[in-house]
Design a binder for this molecule. Structure first.
Ligand code: GDP
Length: 444
């Protein structure tokens, strides 16, 4: 009986505060029975029943609507019931208490989505897209999450996984039977297949990285010597005077953050202490923080005064662009150019000339704008899994082409396939699932 009792979960799915509609969602085997007890009659599927919700003593809690979605045509794939009530926390809590008395238990965070995943209603990337949609910080991020929810990302992952599996089967057949016995099999053919999988993975990894940036927001760190105009640039982009700008070098000792939106993409800009040799302990601490922030950046905007400074080489991981500020002083014109693969933008934070070029560049780095078409939301875990799958395919290529080891190649391909399976949840351990769903809200 105890197991039966815990099968059914209930939680507040929407609680908008006074005035709005609150939704309580219930999922599990006892749902039809609970619905019948609340209505005094069996609930009709997908029909809005007007209901007086009463407590155990028969006292009315609220009047609202009850909707029943029988399994399997429901969000979780189980019997699901939704109660639409007045959105006050007190009413919703009383409603939940009543549901608990009738045999439901409180849902854990993400448990509805987890059940939808376990019942094959969603794959993992789609379940994650729900959380991303709820947390979307920008319209572009919401649109990208919507596309993931519709399976655009998973379809591409599945197609690559299928191609890699097909190659692996051929390689294993060659090991078992010897390649002479399989006329259709040629080493060149296998290498061609793997080369194609390699470029597919590279393209998907780039798209996933764009999706991750749309989702998380691009983390941009502004670095440069004192007084080159870092704070002025942050202010000009954020179009207010949040950072204190002074002509005395070394004012921005702590990190200042601004979240801005360009073309629907979210960016966090971090202004840092000017980088220079300093004996001042507080300033040195500011510089240490600036450099450690730069280690976690997606993009470093290195500000220099027109032709007067040499770009820093301290940060290797993030992409970098060099802003040549104060062109008004040298009577230069705004421009955007690439020198030896590094992007340079000439502008004036004070006059605003060339700021549009910087905005355009930031939007592109953030994954917004023209390149948004077809983009989907993704997470760091997806990018890392794609990266590992790509490495394994490259190992397999080397094993076949250079080492002539079919066994090694088969093992590498098995690994690549498993990595892709982890993205959509086709292959997943309970640990991974626990981590993913624990980050959801309760009621989702
Ligand atoms: P930070 O130390 O790098 O953050 O530099 P600030 O933003 O505090 O700017 C230092 C000084 O340079 C201030 O007096 C700013 O008004 C000035 N400044 C910033 N940008 C420009 C610019 O584009 N043109 C000119 N002429 N002065 C600027």
């Amino acid at each position: 009986m105890a197991a039966d009792r815990t099968d059914t979960i209930a939680a507040i799915a929407t609680a908008p505060g006074a005035g709005g509609i609150g939704v309580v969602r219930v999922s599990g085997k006892r749902v039809p029975d609970i619905a019948a007890q609340l209505l005094g009659q069996a609930a009709k599927p997908r029909h809005a029943h007007l209901m007086d919700l009463c407590d155990a003593a028969g006292q009315c809690i609220d009047t609202g609507l009850l909707l029943l979605f029988p399994a399997p045509a429901s969000f979780t794939g189980e019997d699901v019931m939704e109660l639409q009530l007045h959105g006050s926390q007190a009413v919703l809590r009383m409603a939940l208490r009543r549901l608990h008395e009738l045999g439901a238990r409180p849902a854990r965070a993400g448990e509805f989505s987890e059940r939808a995943f376990l019942n094959g209603k969603l794959d993992l990337t789609q379940a994650e897209a729900i959380a991303d949609l709820i947390n979307a910080g920008s319209e572009a991020a919401a649109r990208a999450a919507q596309r993931s929810l519709h399976g655009e990302f998973s379809q591409q992952v599945d197609a690559l996984a299928a191609a890699i599996l097909a190659t692996r089967v051929q390689v294993e057949a060659a090991i078992d039977f010897g390649d002479e016995d399989i006329p259709a099999l040629s080493l060149q053919g296998l290498i061609a297949q793997l080369t194609q999988a390699q470029s597919g993975l590279q393209a998907l990894m780039q798209a996933a990285e764009r999706g991750r940036r749309l989702n998380d927001g691009l983390h941009v760190v502004i670095l440069g010597r004192p007084n080159v105009g870092k704070s002025s640039l942050l202010n000009a982009l954020a179009a207010d005077e949040r950072a204190i700008v002074t002509s005395q070098a070394g004012t921005t000792r702590d990190l200042l953050r601004e979240v801005i939106r360009i073309d629907g993409a979210e960016l966090t800009l971090v202004d840092t202490a000017g980088l220079r040799e300093s004996h001042d302990a507080i300033e040195r601490e500011g510089i240490r923080r600036a450099l450690s922030e730069a280690d976690r950046a997606d993009l470093i905007v290195h500000v220099v005064e027109e032709a007067a400074d040499v770009p820093l080489e301290r940060t290797q991981t993030a992409e970098r662009l060099v802003v040549h500020n104060k062109i008004d002083m040298s009577h230069g014109s705004p421009c955007r150019e690439w020198i030896e693969g590094v992007e340079h933008i000439h502008l004036s934070a004070r006059s605003g000339a060339g700021l549009d070029l910087l905005r355009e560049s930031l939007a592109q780095h953030a994954g917004a704008g023209a390149s948004e078409a077809g983009s989907f939301s993704a997470r760091q875990r997806h990018v890392l899994a794609l990266e590992r799958a790509l490495e394994s395919v490259q190992d397999a290529l080397r094993a076949l082409a250079q080492q002539g080891s079919w066994e090694l190649a088969a093992e590498d391909l098995r690994h690549a396939h498993a990595q892709l399976g982890e993205i959509t949840g086709a292959v997943s351990t309970e640990d991974v699932l626990g981590q993913i769903f624990a980050n959801f809200c309760i009621g989702k």
